[in-house]
Design a protein around this ligand. Structure first.
Ligand code: DGL
Length: 264
C-alpha cells in the first residue's frame, strides 16, 4: 500500500519527459520523484503499439518495485498507445499526457491549428477520437516530427539539422495559416526557443506540461497521497543510456538532483 511519502514515478521514452518533471516539481516542490529515461529504446514513436505497451509495462513495473505511489506517463506516444492497458493491469493511479488540441481548438481565431507529434501518437486511436470530438469545423494540420527525438536525445539543441527539419514540418502549417501550434511530444518543449525564432509572433505554442502537473496534484489529493511534509525532496533520475543529456537539460537543478545509469 503506497503512502504519502512515497515518490511520484515518471517515465518517458527518453529525456523529453523532464519537461513535464519540471512542471511537476514546480507545483509540488516537496514531493520525492523518480524519473526513468528509457533512452536505450528511444524513440518509441515509430514502434508498433504492442512494443510501446510492453516497454511501458517494463517501466511501470520498475517504478512500482521502487515504491512509487503514482505513475506519470510523461510521453504522448506511450499514453495514447498504452495507458488503457496499464490502468487495467496495475492497481495504482496513472496520469497520462495527450496533445493539447482541445485548448487550441477553443482559442483559435483563424480556425486552423497545427500539431507536431510522433507517428505513434498521430496514428493512435485515442488521438483520433479526441481530435474528432474537439476539432469540428476547424482545420487540423498534423505533421510527424520524424527525426526530432533522436536529435534531442543527443543533447545538441543547436544542431542545424533541427532547424532544417522544423522548416520542412512548419511549412504546411504556415500555408494553412494556423494560429496555434500544439506540441504533441514531451521532447518538443526543448525546441521552443528555436520555434519562437522561426514562427511569426502571432502563433501560440501550446504544450501539456502544466496541465499534467495540475492533474497529478488533483489525483494525489483525491487518493490522500499528497506528501504533507515540507522536507527537502529526493529527486532521482535513472537512465539506461548515457547520463550526459540529462545532465545538460537539468543543469539548473544539478545541486539538488541525482542522475544515475541503471539497467531497466
Ligand atoms: N517523448 C515522447 C512523446 O511524448 C516520445 C518520443 C518518442 O520516443 O518517439 O511522444
Amino acid at each position: 500500500m503506497a503512502n504519502r511519502e512515497a515518490p511520484i514515478g515518471i517515465f518517458d521514452s527518453g529525456v523529453g519527459g523532464t519537461s513535464i518533471w519540471q512542471e511537476i516539481h514546480q507545483l509540488l516542490p516537496h514531493e520525492d520523484t523518480l524519473y526513468l529515461a528509457d533512452s536505450k529504446y528511444a524513440p518509441y514513436g515509430n514502434r508498433p503499439k504492442e512494443e510501446i505497451v510492453s516497454l511501458s509495462k517494463k517501466n511501470t513495473e520498475y517504478l512500482l518495485e521502487n515504491g512509487c505511489k503514482i505513475i506519470v506517463v510523461a510521453c504522448n506516444t506511450a499514453t495514447t498507445n498504452a495507458i488503457a492497458q496499464l490502468r487495467s493491469e496495475y492497481d495504482v493511479p496513472f496520469i497520462g499526457i495527450e496533445p493539447a488540441i482541445k485548448p487550441a481548438a477553443l482559442k483559435t481565431k483563424t480556425r486552423s491549428i497545427g500539431i507536431l507529434a510522433t507517428k505513434g501518437t498521430l496514428g493512435s486511436e485515442l488521438f483520433h477520437k479526441t481530435a474528432e470530438s474537439v476539432t469540428y469545423g476547424i482545420q487540423l494540420t498534423e505533421v510527424v516530427g520524424e527525426g526530432l527525438v533522436p536529435l534531442i536525445e543527443n543533447g545538441n539543441l543547436g544542431d542545424p539539422q533541427l532547424r532544417k527539419l522544423l522548416q520542412r514540418y512548419l511549412q504546411p502549417m504556415l500555408e494553412a495559416q494556423i494560429d496555434h501550434l500544439v506540441l504533441g511530444c514531451s521532447h518538443y518543449p526543448y525546441l521552443v526557443p528555436l520555434l519562437r525564432e522561426m514562427l511569426p509572433e502571432g502563433i501560440k505554442i501550446i504544450d501539456s506540461g502544466e496541465a499534467v502537473a495540475r492533474q497529478t496534484q488533483a489525483i494525489l489529493q483525491q487518493h490522500n497521497l499528497l506528501n504533507l511534509k515540507k522536507t527537502i525532496p529526493k529527486l532521482r533520475f535513472y537512465t539506461n543510456a548515457s547520463v550526459a543529456t540529462l545532465q545538460l537539460l537539468l543543469q539548473e537543478y544539478s545541486e539538488s538532483i541525482l542522475i544515475e545509469k541503471k539497467d531497466f
